[in-house]
Write a protein that binds this ligand. Structure first.
Ligand code: SF4
Ligand code: SF3
Length: 550
């Protein structure tokens, strides 16, 4: 096993990455190796999907499957070896179908790619794991060196984050054949084990640009389906009654659950990245969407154990439910999986609702605690003139975007400390699950404008980018000249691709933490620092002072 894709990876003098029987996340060596095999199968599929396009053969079923299956290998998504092998088999079957279609048009159609003809050697997981050894990402590290390996992984993990957003967009009916074509080309190229540093760096930027367009169609999908988010107060305390908790990023699942629980007496709570759902008009209209429960994903074993109803995981981040005595109450959806846990296929949430009816629910209501969410793209753009006016009257000095993923490391208190030390004449713009480090604190207002502005999920980085670009246009300056600083916490591959998106758009001087990705060597960090001013967090005082004086 070798996996180094997330922030909590094992870092010891002996090993840089999770390389033994089990990763820090609980992923076994078996599942990790089989995920490498799946990725290889998907690269062979993409090589043929790319070839097929030269014959004008575009298969939507294959296009949507490829990033979806890749998403299953993202951190804290799918720990079920059998389902991972199932995706690999499906990838190979789809590839063979494409091959046949191409050869029906051109009998000599061929693809020169190492994974173009990959077959699984057996049904036995042990034998498949041995086969997967040929695809472990660091297998040729000794010959290519750590810098090339690091850049390859930057691209692979970035593309994985983009694949996840492609799947989120597709669920909402949004896709773009040009984006699928770009995805297949990059995925296939990465499967050919490229070793040219300049080409890999250019690829990382291309992935970032591609992801900007993916986030654009995802934003279009969410707002077309559920309206534009507007500021909304959300209760973060329990309400008496039967209940279901829903986590992850999939608003469509939440919508279906709300429709099917209407009139049943079962209340629905959002968890984690589902919190921004309360801002969407078509979702908050359901009175039984009563609030948000819990905090960042890393606390779920304690918080889910206390929740007196079923829990639905629609996407990342799931962790071992058997540790918290709620394995019988957790339901996975779509690409999410944990062995021995209920997996709900299709659109019928009946079994979850029936379980909620049988469980106790909350016996009494706690005293309300309201927080505000819902500063979506349209609301942010509507505030542009107010922001410019406040800046010109010296009432607003600086905007800090403090967002990204949450995680378990103690160093992540940095983000709480940073937010609480932001001066009173500055705004905090936040997004993604890292906000749980400070989103229940009272930051007050500047002339009626909340000092803490919650823009939404991680993919709503798109809204923040559009806000920054619009502000810069109105002020006649570049984005990097705005009184705006970005302090990003990262954990998994969605955060990696958002970082690549920001870099590809030319955003400089971003500060990230709590630690640098373990796959980026000191040389690579130096390159990113030199090209983009990207640097790691130091102390809150030092970073804040540097940002305010820039
Ligand atoms: Fe380790 Fe993270 Fe990979 Fe899990 S996802 S095995 S914690 S690097
Ligand atoms: Fe969180 Fe897993 Fe990344 Fe969408 S839910 S941001 S960590």
């Amino acid at each position: 096993m070798f996996c180094v894709q997330c922030e909590q990876t094992i870092r010891t003098p002996a090993a840089n990455g999770c390389a033994y029987a089990q990763g820090m996340c609980g992923k076994t060596a078996e599942t990790s190796d089989l995920q490498d095999l799946l990725i290889a199968a998907l690269q062979g599929l993409s090589a043929w999907a790319d070839k097929a396009r030269s014959y004008d053969l575009i298969d939507h079923e294959i296009d949507q499957f490829a990033p979806r299956a890749f998403f299953a290998t993202l951190t804290n998504v799918n720990f079920d070896s059998l389902r991972i092998v199932g995706y690999a088999r499906e990838a190979i079957a789809k590839r063979e179908m494409l091959k046949r279609l191409c050869r029906a048009l051109d009998a000599r159609a061929q693809v020169d790619h190492p994974q173009a003809d990959l077959q699984l050697v057996s049904d036995d997981l042990g034998e498949l794991q041995r086969q997967a050894a040929a695809f472990v990402p660091n297998r040729d590290k000794a010959s290519i060196g750590e810098n090339v390996l690091g850049l390859r992984l930057l691209c692979l993990y970035g593309l994985k984050g983009a694949a996840a957003y492609m799947e989120h967009a597709h669920v909402l009916g949004q896709y773009d054949n040009a984006l699928y074509a770009q995805y297949h080309k990059i995925m296939a190229w990465l499967g050919s084990w490229p070793a040219d540093m300049a080409a890999l760096l250019a690829c990382a930027m291309e992935i970032g640009q591609m992801n900007f367009n993916v986030m654009r169609i995802l934003d279009a999908g969410e707002t077309a389906a559920y309206g534009h988010p507007t500021p909304t107060q959300v209760n973060v305390k329990a309400v008496a009654g039967k209940c279901i908790l829903i986590s992850g990023h999939d608003l469509k699942d939440l919508h279906q659950l709300l429709q099917q629980t209407a009139g049943t007496g079962v209340n629905v709570y959002t968890h984690g990245e589902m919190l921004p759902a309360h801002g969407y008009p078509a979702l908050r209209d359901y009175p039984h969407l009563v609030g948000n429960y819990g905090s960042g994903w890393q606390n779920q074993q304690v918080e889910f154990a206390r929740f007196p109803g079923p829990i639905v995981m629609t996407s990342n981040c799931i962790i071992d439910p058997h540790m918290g005595d709620y394995a019988e109450r957790i339901w996975t959806r779509s690409i999410v999986g944990w062995p021995g846990v209920n997996h709900l296929e299709g659109d019928d949430f009946g079994p979850v609702i029936a379980q909620a009816q049988q469980l106790n629910g909350f016996p009494y209501s706690e005293i309300e605690h309201l927080i505000t969410v819902g500063f979506g793209r349209q609301t942010l753009l509507g505030a542009v003139d107010t922001l410019i006016d406040l800046v010109s009257r010296k009432k607003l000095r600086h905007v800090f975007l403090v967002g990204g993923c949450d995680g378990a490391r103690g160093e992540r208190n940095y983000f709480t400390d940073f937010a609480t030390q932001v001066p009173d004449d500055c705004l905090i713009l936040t997004l993604a699950c890292g906000k749980y480090r400070f989103n229940k604190l009272d930051f007050g207002h500047i002339e009626g404008l909340p000092r803490l502005v919650d823009a939404g999920q991680c993919n709503d980085a798109y809204s923040a980018i559009i806000l920054a670009v619009t502000l810069a246009e109105k002020l006649g300056c570049g984005v990097n000249e705005l009184p705006l600083s970005l302090v990003l916490s990262w954990f998994e591959q969605k955060a990696i691709v958002i970082l690549l998106t920001l870099l590809s758009l030319g955003v400089t001087n971003i500060v990230t933490g709590p630690t640098a990705p373990a796959f980026l060597t000191p040389d690579l960090l130096a390159i990113l620092n030199e090209k983009f001013g990207l640097r790691q967090v130091t102390t809150v005082e030092h970073d804040m002072q540097q940002m305010l004086s820039a």
